[in-house]
Ligand binder design. Structure first.
Ligand code: UD9
Length: 395
């Protein structure tokens, strides 16, 4: 990955307008550093559209990052299946895109919001920049419906910002033109390193025990798979007195009900409300290991040298698995129990998995994206007028 030059733009450059569409907590965490960098330029006008895909978590995360949406989509219809949300959003975003007439729509990841924004942008012939492009599992329905969203977005996006070279290769293999694919790193590492550097204090319940930081809310795990996986965690913790669990429980009732039923009643297991990002980073930094089905945590925990056991059979993030710091353990009770037991029993295994690795970025992804956006959306004359100042990077 090369370090991009910092571009100082000519004062005479007219602005380009970017509409950034977000709908969920992880999208906000991942676009916040990009919004800040774009707003720091003299040539980009940025507007935030909050899609309302998530209600509370979206608002809380925007507030934590000091972001105020310029446009908020409110949903009178409470039905929340992907088809209902996608169809409502395509219509609403279409109208917004006509009214705002941006030069480019930017969206992140694989949510219904990112997908609906790509369809609406396509119909209005507006450029679409996809952040975190090219992640793929080999199965269209795992994760569901996110894998479909990613693949569909790639068909119509104008610019594809891939976090890794493997993700870029996936896109090129799908015939995305090479010059539209940029390996930027994942912007989540920009957010993570910035917050981690402030050394936020650990949550009160952490104490001195070895704490498992647990999160689980993937739609394809809801039901028996999630219950099995949580039962494996419970059995391990009941048998291992020096271990505890810290579980910020997702508000989705499918996740919440299973968590309360299976994990309540052990004083070493703490079920807590979703954490703000600062508290979450502190929890990762102070955890013994992370057990999760989340995508973001597979990217963050390796950078903070924490072993990750993934409650899935497949991952679109093979890089950290290949480094030996992330293990796919599936969702069977025995599999989850055995993996935790092995990590606890073998200091050599733990040391091998508790190494800092950075396959997903170096904290400078947003700079690379801003630089590529400038190169794409400026004219040759504007570029000629601009002064290019190489950035000094800390080693
Ligand atoms: C299928 C898949 O992998 N899709 C992913 C999915 O996101 P996810 O699975 O990563 O979603 P979550 O687990 O909800 O969020 C994670 C983030 O939230 C932080 N966090 C968590 C709990 C908490 O209490 N407080 C917090 O602050 C945590 O540290 C992390 O940064 O959609 C994204 C958007 O498109 C995609 O990028 C991404 O591929």
């Amino acid at each position: 990955m090369h370090h991009p030059p910092q571009v100082q733009f000519s004062r005479s450059s007219p602005c380009r307008t970017f509409l950034i569409v977000v709908g969920t907590r992880p999208e906000v965490i991942k676009v916040a550093p990009l919004i800040r960098r774009l707003r720091d330029t003299s040539w980009a006008r940025v507007k935030i559209v909050a899609s309302g895909q998530q209600s509370d978590l979206l608002g809380q995360t925007l507030a934590e990052f000091g972001l105020t949406p310029d446009i908020t989509i409110r949903h009178r219809d409470a039905s929340s299946g992907p088809a209902q949300v996608a169809s409502r959003l395509i219509q609403r975003l279409d109208r917004i895109f006509v009214e705002e007439n941006p030069d480019c729509v930017i969206a992140q990841g694989d949510t219904t919001t990112a997908y609906a924004a790509s369809v609406a942008a396509f119909y209005q012939k507006i450029a679409y920049a996809h952040i975190e492009a090219g992640l793929r599992t080999s199965e269209l329905d795992a994760p569901f419906p996110e894998e479909f969203h990613r693949r569909a977005i790639a068909v119509s996006a104008t610019l594809h910002f891939a976090p890794t070279s493997a993700a870029a290769r996936n896109l090129i293999d799908e015939n995305v033109p090479k010059d539209r694919v940029h390996v930027s790193g994942n912007t989540v590492i920009d957010s993570l390193l910035e917050v981690a550097a402030t050394r936020p204090p650990p949550p009160a319940e952490f104490g001195t025990r070895r704490m498992i930081l647990l999160t689980a809310h993937r739609r394809e795990n809801f039901g028996p798979k999630l219950r099995d996986a949580l039962t494996g965690v419970r059995a391990f913790v009941d048998l291992t007195p020096d271990v505890g669990v810290y579980f910020p429980v997702h508000p989705n009732p499918n996740a919440r009900d299973a968590a309360l039923e299976i994990l309540s009643g052990n004083p070493r297991i703490h079920l807590v409300e979703p954490l703000g990002y600062r508290d979450m980073v502190a929890a990762i930094q102070n955890a013994w290991c992370v057990v999760t089905d989340s995508g973001g945590l597979q990217e963050e925990a390796p950078a903070l040298a924490k072993p990750v056991l993934v409650l899935r059979d497949l991952t679109e993030r093979p890089e950290a698995v290949a480094s030996g710091v992330v293990e796919l353990v599936g969702t069977s009770r025995e599999g989850v129990f055995k993996s935790l037991y092995a990590l606890h029993k073998s200091p050599a295994k733990y040391t091998q998995m508790a190494r800092p690795v950075f396959p997903y970025g170096d904290g400078h992804a947003s700079r690379r994206i801003v630089d590529a956006l400038y190169r794409h959306f400026s004219t040759a004359q504007e570029r000629q007028d601009a002064t290019i100042v190489p950035l000094q990077y800390a080693s």
